[in-house]
Ligand binder design. Structure first.
Ligand SMILES: [Zn+2]
Length: 496
């Protein structure tokens, strides 16, 4: 995603958001339809799947057994011994690329790897010049990762296409279908996300090639090491023509606890939260911890503590804080509260000694909400209040805006199609069901965010144990892997 860097100075405060009125529009997308779904106990906990297991039209050997086997196999492809780590163009990534490519070929797909390390597996459609359906997720991981994040989306798509292949239906798909395993979504190595999907979506600037990792190796260097050269021209060639693409679908583990709580294996994503990252620098007066009286201190640590508590309070109860322009009803702001999350994840202090009043404290702020204007309102209010606090404490604060990504609303029509595909997968597995497939929001970013700049997007979330992700504890039930594959198969069958 394009990253905008700007600085909010004391004298040039954040532009006042026009109004919170558009909160209404997005707020109706918030959260999930818990009502009916909440009433259902775990839909796959009964005997349904045991009976289903023997049915040949459910393809459990491919969609569950083989898919799970492959998840474990890919989960072992790591640059580290003892834990999973696979970053952009690392040796393990190259091994993963070959493995995924082999699986794509095994599913009857034509394959290639592009200059940014994305693996493509494609089948032509039977109707000439029909727009292509793209299905994808990422092959890179965080450090000490789980084996489902990213991989599940790639493997479930390949498995579903393999079912069509062995049943002689692959060539009958009306439109071209392409699975893409994106090379970088987590951004661990270069601290920039979506290198893979942004290149396909055509939003990756050539200047990104000069970004360097901790050892000073640039993206350009690493590509050259692999005999790949990226120029403005080649980057342009990677971009898909929007007129040739019908839509993008991504299957991903939920990375949250909602599906498990309501007892559903799959959910349809309504939208992905927008995000802002700030860097806050608080400067005070460095001094001796024993000699400067409390009344004479300009302590940036105490100021930072107050600022962080303010952030928590504002994000927990925006309705108590965001009322300055009088245009928005409490209902609007209440809706904002249901998706708004704010985090201080990193803090450093100078000189960081137990007997020194710090001279400077720096910390990060991560703010996410599905409603972009609501997020702006929070940043505006937060900045104003922070400057007031810093002034009253006689310390200076600088708030830098390091990263912005707008929220993404998934295409309603595509979401409806995914919802019925998930519903029909459940039905095939457990028989009649009476509850609706849940709709939920994503607080985490996904390749679908970058792909939304190219085409309409839709996402399916898969339940994960305890909502845990980015951890070796990450786990998806074998039957839920099956449900994901079957849902994608049902979705693909609508293109036959
Ligand atoms: Zn992911």
């Amino acid at each position: 995603m394009p990253i905008s860097h700007s600085t909010i100075n004391k004298n040039s405060k954040a532009p006042k958001p026009m109004c919170y009125s558009s909160i209404f529009f997005y707020s109706c997308l918030l959260l999930l339809s818990l009502s009916s779904a909440a009433a259902s106990a775990s839909i796959f906990s009964g005997n349904g799947t045991e009976n289903a297991e023997n049915r040949s039209d459910l393809f459990s050997e491919i969609l569950r057994d083989e898919a799970v086997e492959r998840l474990y196999e890919l989960g072992k492809v790591s640059d580290a011994s003892g834990y999973l780590e696979r970053t952009f163009f690392s040796p393990a990534s190259l091994r993963a690329i070959n493995l995924i490519r082999r699986w794509m070929e095994d599913a009857g797909l034509n394959t290639w790897v592009d200059q940014m390390g994305n693996v493509h597996g494609q089948v032509e459609g039977s109707i000439a010049n029909a727009e292509a359906l793209l299905i994808g997720s990422h092959l890179d991981t965080v450090v000490d990762a789980g084996m489902f994040d990213g991989s599940l989306g790639i493997i479930s798509a390949i498995s579903a296409l393999k079912v069509l292949y062995i049943n002689g239906k692959l060539g009958k798909l009306k439109r071209p279908v392409e699975v893409i395993a994106f090379s970088d979504e987590e951004g661990v190595r270069f601290q920039t996300t979506f290198l893979g999907s942004a290149s396909v979506a055509g939003i990756l600037p050539i200047t990104a090639m000069q970004i360097s990792d901790k050892r000073g190796v640039t993206i350009e260097d690493i590509l050259k090491e692999n005999s790949l050269e990226i120029t403005e021209g080649t980057l342009l060639q990677l971009k898909y023509d929007p007129r040739s693409v019908w839509g993008y679908v991504e299957v991903h583990i939920e990375q949250g606890p909602v599906l498990e709580r309501i007892g559903f294996p799959l959910g349809v994503v309504k939208g992905i939260a927008g995000q802002t990252r700030l860097k806050v620098k608080v400067r005070g007066s460095q001094g001796h911890a024993g000699t400067v009286p409390m009344s004479m201190r300009q302590d940036p640590m105490a100021a930072a503590a107050e600022l962080i508590v303010l952030l928590e309070s504002l994000c927990k109860h925006p309705e108590e804080h965001l009322s300055y322009d009088g245009h928005c009803s409490s209902f609007n702001v209440k809706s904002l509260a249901s998706s708004l999350v704010c985090t201080v994840g990193e803090i450093s202090t100078w000189p960081s000694a137990s007997n020194v009043i710090p001279g400077e404290v720096t910390y990060t702020v991560d703010i996410r909400a599905i409603d972009d204007s609501g997020r702006e309102a929070v940043i505006y209010e937060l900045s104003n209040r922070m400057y007031q606090i810093c002034e009253s404490r006689s310390v200076s604060c600088i708030i830098e805006r390091k990263h912005d990504a707008g929220s993404v609303v998934c295409d309603p029509e595509l979401s409806t199609q995914l919802k019925s595909a998930a519903y029909s997968a459940f039905k095939r597995m457990v028989g009649e069901i009476h509850d609706e497939v849940p709709m939920l929001m994503s607080g985490a970013g996904h390749d679908a965010m970058a792909m939304s700049r190219l085409t309409k997007v839709g996402m399916l979330f898969v339940r994960c144990r305890g909502g845990i992700s980015h951890s070796p504890e990450e786990h998806v039930l074998d039957d839920d892997v099956w449900a994901a594959g079957l849902a994608i198969l049902s979705f693909l069958e609508s293109f036959l």
